[in-house]
Write a protein that binds this ligand. Structure first.
Ligand code: M6R
Length: 614
């Protein structure tokens, strides 16, 4: 949510910043801006409403010479998206410029105090308050920028990642973080700063993840220095990135989303690698092996997550209860944190997040830790906050997901939850060795089966034309297919802006059945599983009311295929693995419907990839 880029070095500052902003645009794209400190003792700030491409057009005829700069792409929190509310913000005397990600909760209080001191404000943002506060302290206390930043941050309540530059000081860049990510790229005589490592991966693989409460002092031709708010020097922990530049490009696909859907055979293979061993007979999850007693003694598992990750979590409930016979609760992290939850020391809390930075999920983790529970994280982004804040965990290893609508991360999360359930079942002996091996062997086939499902692409593209102008959709499923229905509906709404509701198929008759007519398609996920006969009845109920049915069924299906208007067949799998297979056609369906409607599938309106605010 909001992307920050900074650069200090001998390269072309503006070009590096703009390229970096494009890479971070998935984090927010309602406005963008740059602040460039030149040799002439000036900060040039250019900012515009809209996407980074608007900013580029705006800057085309401007003087862009600079020695150090900061840039930002915004997802609005305080104040509507506009030129004025866009970052960077600056102090009234024009001495400093700042970009900020997060929310300053006590900004009104700070603003009132500054107004009393005669400060004037030009925007509605909390960030401008921070800019004015830093400069007010710098001038009043006659101190350095670094010291002013430290003193200002001590007064701030909330979350922030900031980068600050000063007019007369083209050799310095100050950055700080609290609950919002920031990483420093360490080049040869140059430093990069960004919300994640994607803007600088082609320049350097060496980086330092800033920790909460740390301030980085980046000076030209000097080593990086990191201190905390009490000015105590911190150790510099350099990480080598594994990411490659090709992972950040579209690779010939028109959109990241389509590329990411098609990557799934490979991403699932990467996710499984080393975790299903002895030809499927044994499951090896280090995060479980290292904490066996926690999983052996767990009386309950609580899963916390948001959005698509919550849907994966709901599947986790079915998987864990089936395989491990442990009671599982699945909570929206945003509700959990304020629900006065009852958490016991023998609970295992599983936090799921693609980005590893979701604010609500991080808050839920903190609550669980404070209550003494063992917290296990499932994330995609290596080095992000959630893996660092949890006691143990498991990466999904699907590579950077750039499309705002989650696809390969969802199937990766479901795969990890399947493997985790098998590993715990192995440990608690709630499944026989034979049962584990049966599922383990099928897991090894998943990448090939997903590849087969992707062969439906052309058929789904054609089929999408029939559904493009529907105004409402119902997605129905039972058992393992119910979370798939929820996820299918979410995918459609977020990228095509068509209203879609996911429902347990049997629950439909308690209300939503009233909506059914020829105009409203029902997408029914009905693979061959132990509830198949039950869902046949639900399909008949829709049919009897003249509903228009698209069914996802197992290859060779006859019963539902006869009733449905449109059918997509997927390969047969053990029931617990069907969600990975059935969710792929739904991803493609949403993608093509959104494309037919001319929507920007990679950057849907109002959304951001990483939701780092409440
Ligand atoms: O990074 P996270 O998995 O924690 O993000 C959670 C949700 O914001 C995310 O899944 C969101 O719902 C996506 N837009 C879904 O496509």
């Amino acid at each position: 949510m909001c992307g920050i880029v900074g650069y200090l070095g001998e390269g072309n500052v503006y070009d590096i910043l703009i390229k970096g902003l494009h890479r971070l645009e998935y984090r927010g794209y309602d406005s963008a801006g740059v602040a460039l400190v030149g040799n002439d003792g000036k900060i040039n700030i250019f900012k515009t409403k809209g996407k980074v491409s608007n900013l580029e057009a705006f800057c085309a005829d401007k003087c862009l010479d600079s020695k150090v700069g900061i840039a930002h792409t915004r997802w609005a929190t305080h104040g509507e998206p506009s030129d004025t509310n866009a970052h960077p913000h600056y102090s009234e005397d024009g001495n400093i410029a700042i970009v900020h990600n997060g929310t300053i909760e006590n900004y009104k209080l700070l603003k009132d105090a500054l107004l009393q001191h005669g400060c004037k404000f030009h925007s509605d943002t909390d960030t401008e308050v921070l800019a004015q506060l830093i400069e007010y302290i710098r001038v009043t206390n006659k101190c350095s920028l670094l010291s002013a930043v430290r003193q200002a941050l001590k007064q701030v309540v909330g979350a922030y990642a900031i980068a600050v530059v000063e007019k007369d000081n083209p050799d310095t860049l100050i950055a700080a973080r609290q609950s919002s990510p920031l990483v420093i790229g360490m080049g040869d005589g140059e430093f990069f700063l960004a919300s994640d490592a994607t803007p600088f991966v082609e320049y350097t693989k060496e980086c330092v993840y800033l920790k909460d409460g740390e301030i980085a002092e980046i000076r030209r031709n000097e080593p990086l220095k990191i201190t905390n708010l009490d000015n105590v020097e911190a150790e510099i922990d350099v990480t080598t990135l594994q990411m490659s530049i090709s992972q950040l490009e579209k690779g010939g696909y028109p959109h990241f989303m389509l590329k990411e859907i098609f990557e799934q055979p490979d991403t699932l293979r990467d996710c499984i690698r080393g975790r299903v061993v002895e030809r499927g007979a044994r499951i090896n999850i280090n995060g479980v092996n290292d904490h066996k007693e926690k999983f052996l003694n767990a009386k309950r598992i609580i899963i916390v997550a948001c959005g698509t990750s919550w849907h994966a979590g709901l599947l986790g409930k079915y998987l864990l209860q089936d395989m491990c016979r442990i009671p599982v609760e699945v909570e929206y992290a945003s509700e959990f944190r304020y629900s006065n939850p009852v958490i016991n020391e023998d609970d295992v809390v599983i936090a799921i997040s693609q980005s590893g930075e979701t604010a609500d999920t991080l808050a839920a983790i903190q609550i669980a830790k404070n209550a003494g529970a063992f917290v296990f994280g499932i994330s995609n982004v290596v080095g992000s906050s959630i893996p660092r804040e949890t006691y143990s965990g498991c990466y999904i290893h699907v590579g950077p997901e750039i499309g705002v609508a989650s696809t390969k991360a969802f199937t990766g999360q479901v795969m990890v939850l399947t493997l985790l359930s098998l590993a715990i079942a192995q440990l608690r002996q709630t499944m026989t060795q034979e049962q584990i091996a049966d599922v383990g062997k099928a897991v090894l086939k998943i990448p090939t089966y997903v590849k087969r499902v992707l062969e439906l692409n052309a058929k789904i593209e054609r089929m999408s034309l029939i559904f493009t102008y529907a105004r409402n959709f119902l997605y129905l499923g039972r058992g393992y297919s119910y979370p798939v229905a929820l996820e299918g509906a979410l995918k459609l709404k977020e990228i095509s802006y068509i209203h879609a509701e996911g429902y347990p198929a049997a629950e439909m008759k308690h209300g939503p059945i009233a909506l059914i007519d020829r105009e409203m398609p029902s997408v029914i996920i009905a693979p061959k599983d132990h509830l198949y006969e039950k869902i046949v009845s639900n399909v008949q109920q829709v049919k009897a009311r003249g509903g228009n049915i698209l069914a996802i069924v197992t290859e060779g299906d006859t019963e539902i295929s006869k009733l449905a208007d449109h059918v997509l067949e997927v390969p047969e799998m053990p029931e617990c693995l069907t969600p990975i297979i059935t969710s792929v056609p739904l991803q493609l369906l949403s993608y093509y419907i959104a494309i037919n409607k001319g929507k920007d599938v990679d950057m849907p309106r109002n959304l951001a990839k990483s939701v780092t605010v409440e």
